[in-house]
Each structure stands twice: as C-alpha cells, then as structure tokens.
Unconditional design. Structure first.
Length: 87
C-alpha cells in the first residue's frame, strides 16, 4: 500500500468528496467545512465521478471513443435520411 496508483488516488478522493457532500457543515478540531448547497452538490458530482473512474467505468480508451463516434454518426445519418423521407 506504499505506492499510490491513480486508481487509489481517485478512490480516496471520491470517498473524501462523498463524505463532504453527505456531512455538509462540520467542524473537526481546527478544520471547518462549510460547503453550502452548491459546494455539496459539486462535491457529490466530483465524488461519484472519481469513484466511477477508479472502478474503471469512466476509463475509456481512444478506440472506444472512435467506435462511439462512428456509431453515433451512423445513427445520425440514418435519422436524417428517415426525416428527409418524411418531409
């Protein structure tokens, strides 16, 4: 556990941000956390994103992006052609 991999860093960051989002306003000794509504919402979003990235669900490769882009362009072309036929 001495070497911190990026997945470990994202996992720790996700847990910290989720904790900030859940606890909200708190005072821990000399540290005071008062994020407000927008801060709690942002901490929740960052925490969930970090945890998903640590689990590998948001870790896309360049090949995945190319496949996604080509499939989306094909679907858009098909949709446009069917719309043009209706008009």
């Amino acid at each position: 556990m001495t070497d911190l991999t990026p997945n470990s860093n994202f996992l720790i960051a996700g847990i910290v941000f989720i904790t900030i989002a859940v606890i909200g306003k708190s005072k821990l000794g000399f540290i005071e956390i008062n994020p407000g509504f927008f801060g709690r919402f942002l901490a929740l979003f960052i925490g969930i994103s970090s945890l998903l990235y640590a689990l590998g669900l948001l870790n896309f490769s360049a090949g995945t992006f190319d496949l996604l882009r080509t499939s989306l362009t094909e679907q858009i072309k098909q949709s446009l052609s069917s719309i043009n036929e209706l008009l």
